[in-house]
Design a binder for this molecule. Structure first.
Ligand code: NAD
Length: 262
């Protein structure tokens, strides 16, 4: 299947590891020029170097914090200066800590809103004018299964991710006329460092071992296993591709069937 993505410019936020990194790599495999960012310079540069070498494509890697609107502005400007456009933008950030409601602080809420909602706003407002010029664009937000089904003790994610879905639907409505498709991808339990952190805190809270926690997550999905970050990345690339040209405003879960609703 030809994705039609060769030479497109793909920005992937928070992409030094985990789902973001797998997504940057999946776009590289389609022949895109890729722009990556994350806070840690060393991890980011080594991820970018590996992708450059393996796929023989151009990669721009800029260390930044996605909660800094000025840094996001400068990053998108640098992408357009280097590659001439910003065709695809995948928003992403680290997830909020696992906490029950009464354990959360106001600082936790502000951080979750900054990282997991406002960062998507910052990227969208920078890339949309460039996409409008080309009358083609794809914005894909990475959120969580919590957009459809709240997870116990992930109240920060359960609440803040819902705002992203509202943003996605609004942008899809407003910019469809410009050829810009906006969708949201919600991973289920996926084998990354983030999940190891979650397992640790669930283990501390429940007294169960981390192995038991991982086993219960796998058992909860009809596919009886965790997701691989590449499986989330494949769905994102497909949504960005010409093969998904009539899909916008949607939340697609990539969760091995874990979501229990219809
Ligand atoms: P991860 O912790 O493995 O990787 C997160 C990446 O984001 C890293 O590259 C990190 O450097 C970068 N990052 C974090 N905060 C940043 C910031 N402020 N600015 C710039 N870069 C930043 O996480 P992951 O598992 O790949 O998850 C990605 C997203 O998907 C998170 O929001 C997470 O909550 C969500 N999610 C993950 C799972 C899962 O099971 N792994 C499930 C549902 C949702």
């Amino acid at each position: 299947m030809d994705s039609g993505l060769k030479n497109r410019v793909a920005i992937v936020a928070a992409s030094s590891q985990g789902i973001g990194r797998a997504t940057a790599e999946a776009f590289a495999a389609e022949g895109c020029r890729v722009a990556m960012c994350a806070r840690n310079v060393q991890t980011l540069q080594s991820a970018a170097d590996e992708i450059r070498k393996r796929y023989n494509i151009e990669v721009l890697a800029v260390p930044l914090d996605v909660t800094d609107p000025v840094a996001v502005h400068d990053f998108v400007a640098a992408v357009v200066a280097k590659f001439g456009s910003a065709d695809i933008c995948v928003t992403n950030a680290g997830g909020p800590p696992a906490k029950a409601f009464l354990s959360t602080t106001l600082e936790d809420w502000k951080k979750a809103v900054d990282a997991n909602f406002l960062s998507a706003v910052y990227f969208a407002r920078e890339v949309i004018p460039h996409m409008q010029r080309k009358r083609w664009g794809r914005i894909i937000t990475i959120t969580s299964i919590t957009t459809k089904q709240p997870v116990t003790d992930l109240v920060l994610s359960n609440a803040v991710r819902a705002a992203v879905v509202g943003l996605v639907k609004s942008l899809a409505n407003e910019f469809g006329k410009d050829g810009i498709l906006v969708n949201n991808v919600g991973p289920g339990y996926t084998a990354t460092d983030r999940l190891k952190e979650l397992a640790k805190s669930c283990s501390a809270a429940s007294g169960k071992s981390e192995e038991e926690i991982f086993a219960s997550w796998s058992a909860d999905a009809p596919l009886k296993r965790l997701g691989d970050p590449r499986e989330i990345a494949n769905a994102i690339v497909w949504l960005a591709s010409e093969r998904a040209s009539y899909i916008t405003g949607q939340t697609i879960l990539v969760d091995g069937g874990m979501y229990k609703g219809l």
